[in-house]
Design a protein around this ligand. Structure first.
Ligand SMILES: Nc1nc2c(ncn2[C@@H]2O[C@H](COP(=O)(O)OP(=O)(O)OP(=O)(O)O)[C@@H](O)[C@H]2O)c(=O)[nH]1
Ligand SMILES: [Mg+2]
Length: 448
């Protein structure tokens, strides 16, 4: 019997549900025999063959399909791959998977295709994590950023950092051949400035990764205000459909309701909350508790009031949760005309659908001003694991610079820098730590 990670694996690569087509994918060291049993034909590398598909053991007809064979190593996993585009019904794709299992394959684990790709040197860990991000990303900007990683840009930058440090190490090693007194002041300052350069590169990645993370996980916008002021109606008006329940009775919204939409290519989560500030008693209400927990997570707040939203900004709650707030005066169809000294208040009517576009513009302006979406270098998407390792490696660098400044012997500095090199290699996954690797791939869906 073959070792577990060398068995032929199979999975449905397309999402669950019924579509016109579905893709069943197999990967394995040698899939030629199985291909022949499936199709009664010889495989041709990278050729889409329209054919009848037969059960490899019982030989009955399964479906009429398009099969593509990718010969090892020129495939996604680096192994032989069979990709079967079949009809989309649940029964058909399941029967093909079962047939593959009858033909000796086993069901793939989540992410196992990508894992094999990684094992066969087809991608590094950053690229693997980018695939995971693309699968789960909710909007186009984040997909774009995932693709940026897939192209290996971040790996490339980290590679440059690593090679700069290796240069420093070789300078130090060279110095070690001389006596302490002979080491020129110039080489000290060269080394220090090289290290400082690397440090600022790393800091830039770590800092901008927070922005990157926002793009991936989305911007959270919370709608706040007193009961019955039209928060849920505004929520629905922004979304363009009735998602939350509205009514003339105060306290209609008890729980928080959230919905996602895309603005400027960024996933935005809009959160409708239970009205607060009505009565002291209400404060132990569960809905209010939820509102407060959402306030902790929010990036931006819409303060809604049908009378005077600027009064809300002065409340204790708003003072405690310092966010950027946009003031929205709701039900403007009922009220008197906007007075001129209230420029920073946006007037909306959910009933007549006025002011909603201006509100959206104001939200996107905030997003665009606070998140740099055009410069990729400003938005590295790194995972928490990578971030932790980068911070750790940055500490090593600090220490090395400190040692240099204190005139500590260069071989000690060299060993600190070696620690740095190991940490950087870990980020890219050059030294795979099995546990980390498996953890990453297990977040993938089956079939990826
Ligand atoms: N005329 C007018 N009425 C509105 C407008 N927006 C909401 N309303 C009405 O105001 C009442 C309360 O609206 P909701 O959207 O449920 O208010 P809410 O702030 O979510 O209320 P709670 O969830 O109870 O805190 C309903 O009767 C709505 O029809 C508006 O723009 N114009
Ligand atoms: Mg409501």
């Amino acid at each position: 019997m073959l070792p577990y990670d060398q068995e032929n694996i199979v999975a449905i690569a397309t999402p669950p549900g019924i579509g016109a087509l579905a893709v069943v994918r197999l990967s394995g060291k040698n899939l030629k025999p199985l291909f022949k049993k499936f199709t009664h034909k010889k495989p041709k590398d990278r050729f889409a063959l329209f054919t009848k598909l037969y059960h490899p053991k019982k030989n009955h007809l399964l479906d009429e399909v398009v099969v593509t064979f990718f010969k090892s190593p020129g495939s996604f996993t680096g192994e032989d791959i069979i990709e079967i585009s079949c009809h989309g019904g649940t029964a058909v794709k399941n029967s093909i998977v079962q047939a593959a299992i009858d033909g000796g394959a086993r069901l793939a684990q989540p992410g196992e295709f990508s894992y094999r790709s990684f094992l066969n040197g087809k991608m590094d860990l950053i690229q693997a994590e980018a695939i995971s991000a693309i699968i789960s990303s909710k909007a186009s900007r984040s997909t774009e950023m995932g693709l940026y990683h897939l192209e290996g840009m971040v790996s490339k930058i980290l590679g440059e950092i690593k090679s700069n440090i290796l240069d420093v190490l070789s300078i130090i090693e060279n110095e070690l051949n001389f006596s302490e007194e002979e080491i020129g002041l110039t080489s000290y300052s060269t080394i220090r400035s090289m290290l400082e350069g690397v440090q600022s590169q790393i800091n830039q990645i770590v800092e901008s990764s927070v922005i990157g993370k926002k793009i991936f996980s989305g911007i959270r916008i919370i709608i706040l205000g007193r009961p019955n002021t039209g928060k849920s109606s505004l929520f629905n008006a922004i979304l363009g459909h009735d998602r939350a329940i509205t009514s003339p009775i105060a306290g209609t919204t008890r729980d928080t309701v959230e919905a996602w939409f895309e603005l400027e290519g960024v996933p935005v989560c809009l959160i409708d909350t239970a009205g607060v500030w009505e009565s002291k008693k209400q404060l132990d209400n569960l809905g209010v508790e939820k509102t407060i927990s959402e306030l902790n997570r929010a990036d931006l707040g819409l303060l809604v009031d049908d009378e005077n939203p600027s009064a809300l900004i002065k409340t204790d709650l708003m003072k405690r949760y310092q966010h950027h707030y946009i003031l929205v005066k709701s039900k403007s169809d009922l009220a008197h005309c906007p007075s001129t000294n209230e420029d920073d208040i946006l007037y909306t009517s959910s009933k007549e659908n006025t002011g909603i576009n201006r509100l959206l513009t104001s939200i996107s302006t905030y997003i665009l001003n606070n998140i740099n979406l055009t410069d990729h270098a400003q938005g590295f998407m790194i995972t928490q694991r990578q971030r932790g390792l980068l911070e750790e490696s940055s500490l090593c660098l600090n220490e090395a610079i400190d040692q240099l400044n204190r005139g500590i012997e260069t071989d000690i500095v060299a060993s600190t820098l070696n620690g740095f090199v190991v940490a950087i290699k870990d980020v890219v996954g050059e030294i795979p730590n099995k546990e980390i690797v498996q953890n990453i791939f297990s977040n993938f869906c089956v079939g990826k």
